[in-house]
Write a protein that binds this ligand. Structure first.
Ligand code: TA6
Length: 294
């Protein structure tokens, strides 16, 4: 199985193109952001906006942005997380627009391995962040936070994964049945999921108490994408639908039909409290499987 790791550029961004057999992975050093992931001639697994701007210091729409050391609106985070940064604060933390460093790249046992280090944050220098990437028959990510300080720190985070889909009206997500979620579009009211999640409008939900596996089923493309997580019991399910799409940067008006975010997270009561000297690992494996025809 041929495996390669090559430096490339996309616009203003230095990136790394990783190949494993017929799998292709593209990661930008900015934000250590996965931009592309596909296998052979199949439709992409990870969605990247057709209007993506590859500009230094600007988040790229799509891929897998790293949201850290808080997720979403800081003011909507638990009190303990809000201490990590003064307000007002940007959405989704501070690291997705920073230039990370590729600290190690190697091929081991037929897999490509890359380690990215986030530069220290002036706002919270006692926190360290690394992203370890492994590409073999699947894509494996490990986001490691470390508290170098002498007082506890609480953070929230997410791997904000944008998945490519054939049609939002056709896909469904398994693994959520019976789980509590926060309906952020209805005043953050608590709800409970019944059955698989299908989509018929704007969706922006925070699911809690989750199992380790969620599945995205796409019957049109005859495939299911399995997300295997550890160190996380929460996830955000997001599709902007028609109206919000018009307000999003780097996002075509009809792009909502072709993407779905399933964001493996540590949010709300799943936020991470790091004691002095402690580390936390959020891992995610993304596996694509062919659906057996019925
Ligand atoms: O993860 C869902 C969400 O918080 C949505 O509410 C939407 O704001 C999305 O993230 C995209 O955020 P961004 O800052 O990348 O435009």
């Amino acid at each position: 199985m041929p495996v390669s790791i090559q430096p490339v550029t996309r616009g203003q961004l230095a990136c790394w193109e990783i190949r494993h057999g017929d799998s292709l992975l593209l990661i930008a050093e900015q934000g250590a952001q996965v931009l592309e992931y596909r296998q052979g001639d199949e439709p992409p697994i990870i969605w990247l906006s057709e209007q993506a701007a590859f500009e230094s210091g600007q988040p790229v729409r799509g891929g897998i942005p790293v949201c850290w050391p808080w997720f979403g609106d800081l003011a909507r985070n638990p009190e303990a997380v809000q201490h990590v940064h003064p307000q007002p604060a940007p959405a989704h933390g501070l690291v997705r627009s920073l230039l990370w460093t590729l600290e190690r790249q190697t091929v081991e046992q037929g897999a490509a391995l890359l380690d990215f280090g986030c530069p220290p944050l002036t706002e919270c220098p006692e926190l360290q962040l690394h992203l370890h990437v492994r590409l073999d028959d699947a894509l494996h990510l490990r986001l490691t936070s470390h508290n170098l300080g002498d007082t506890p720190i609480t953070l929230s985070q997410a791997l904000h994964s944008y998945f490519a889909i054939s049609d939002i009206h056709q896909v469904s997500v398994q693994g959520l049945d019976g789980k509590p979620y926060i309906e952020t579009l209805e005043d953050w009211q608590p709800r409970e999921q019944s059955g698989d999640l299908h989509f018929d409008g704007e969706t922006d939900r925070i699911y809690l108490d989750l199992p380790q596996r969620l599945t995205l089923t796409d019957p049109t493309w005859q495939r299911r994408i399995e997300l295997h997580a550890s160190g996380s019991r929460s996830a955000v399910l997001w599709n902007p639908w028609v109206d919000k799409s018009r307000r999003l940067s780097q996002f075509a008006d009809d792009a909502w039909q072709r993407m779905l975010c399933i964001e493996t997270a540590n949010v709300l009561d799943d936020a991470v409290r790091l004691e002095p000297g402690a580390s936390h690992e959020l891992t995610l494996a993304i596996e694509a499987h062919t659906l057996q025809p019925k």
